[in-house]
Design a protein around this ligand. Structure first.
Ligand SMILES: *Cc1c(COP(=O)(O)O)cnc(C)c1O
Length: 365
């Protein structure tokens, strides 16, 4: 089954194809890996850019029952498409959101003493989830404060923490956080433990607890950087070639003349730019290689600055007869989100969560 959204294909200049069967397969693979622990799914930030309304039902159909979002507004969107989902809101408790949380049966992950007091006052009785900070210093109560929250009369269902460097398997911080978490757990033996994001599912310590929270790996990102990606690609991004031109040796390309042709160069101008989420930092300039696009099976480097709506690529090495009707593949055909992230001085997470609104979107599966 195929569904589409966004601008009509005839009116758009790039197509984003989202493989929901691959998303479901990724969830199943992770669920098998951690069993008998429960595998949830993190669908914050519009399901890492691919779309909550498509991703959440596909994950539910694969067997996922528990979803994590960052904002109450995202939780409401999950509730609308997966009515029986268990939904946790990771970013803590904002007083103004309490009526909405209660009305839509969203479970705030309490992340401070203030959160806990507010929630106790709201008369909820159940804390659902408490985030304890074991080293991130971002959200979460100090380990020493957990007992006083239990004293507020709140029943804590899930006790959660988050890793600082889970993608670095030999980082000692992982052991320290696991030990700190274990010491807090003894005070709340009935609570279900939840520690692991995507990369933590691949740690030798297997810190799965009772409930895991993968996000990135579900969407095809590599949870084990530096080694082969065990996940299936979910996203394919393809831009149209708008023009082809030849520039002579010594001519420059794009804003501020940052790229100079070292040979007679055939250039393609493609209909995608930073307004579509292609990072401007992927620019290809004279002394630093940038992004790459696959055209008719040939990797073509970016030439010059990425502009708002347009990018130029060097297609000299593509046989001329294969250029007719070809598109430029930015993600897919062997180019992974992690590759584009690295070539843009960022991470694949940012590539996914910035996927633009002007793409014609095709959902497969
Ligand atoms: C975003 C997030 C996750 C998911 O992390 P990934 O690295 O994308 O798997 C899990 N837990 C918390 C608290 C998060 O904020």
């Amino acid at each position: 089954m195929t569904e589409t959204s966004g601008p009509e294909v005839a009116d758009s200049q790039a197509v984003l194809t989202i493989d929901l069967a691959a998303l479901a397969a990724n969830w199943r693979a992770l669920a098998e890996r951690v069993a008998p622990a429960e595998c949830g799914a993190v669908v914050k930030a519009d399901a890492y850019g691919i779309g909550i309304e498509a991703a959440a039902p596909a994950l539910a159909k694969a067997g996922c029952r528990t979803f994590f979002v960052a904002h109450a507004s995202e939780g409401r969107r999950v509730r609308a498409v997966v009515p029986h989902a268990v939904i946790y809101v990771l970013n803590g408790l904002l007083a103004a959101s309490i009526p909405s949380l209660l009305a839509h049966d969203l479970r705030p992950v309490l992340g401070s003493l203030d959160d806990a007091a507010l929630w106790a006052q709201a008369g909820a009785g159940r804390a659902w989830a408490l985030h304890v900070d074991t080293g991130m210093n971002r959200l979460g109560v100090a380990p020493g404060d957990v007992a006083s929250i239990a004293d507020m009369g709140l029943v804590i269902d899930v006790l959660m923490t988050h890793f600082v460097s889970s993608e670095a398997a030999d980082d000692k911080t992982n052991d320290a956080q696991i030990a700190r978490f274990a010491s807090v757990r003894t005070a709340l033996p009935q609570a279900r433990a939840s520690l692991a994001n995507s990369s933590a599912l691949f740690l030798p310590q297997k810190p799965y607890g009772a409930l895991v929270r993968p996000g990135y790996a579900l969407y095809g990102g590599n949870p084990t950087p530096g080694t082969e990606n065990p996940m299936q690609a979910v996203v394919r991004l393809e831009a149209q070639i708008l023009q082809i031109r030849t520039v002579e040796t010594g001519e420059t390309v794009g804003y501020n003349a940052q790229w100079t042709a070292r040979r007679r160069t055939r250039l393609a101008t493609i209909g995608i730019g930073y307004a579509d989420g292609l990072p401007r930092a992927a620019m290809g300039i004279d002394d630093r290689a940038g992004g790459e696009a696959m055209v008719a099976g040939v990797l073509c480097p970016f030439a010059g600055r990425v502009s708002m709506d347009l990018t130029m690529i060097d297609v000299t090495d593509v046989p001329k007869e294969r250029l007719a009707g070809a598109t430029a593949v930015l993600l897919g055909d062997g180019i992974k989100v992690d590759d584009l992230g690295r070539r843009s001085a960022t991470i694949g997470y940012e590539i996914l969560t910035r996927l633009g609104a002007r793409y014609h979107r095709v959902y497969l599966g």
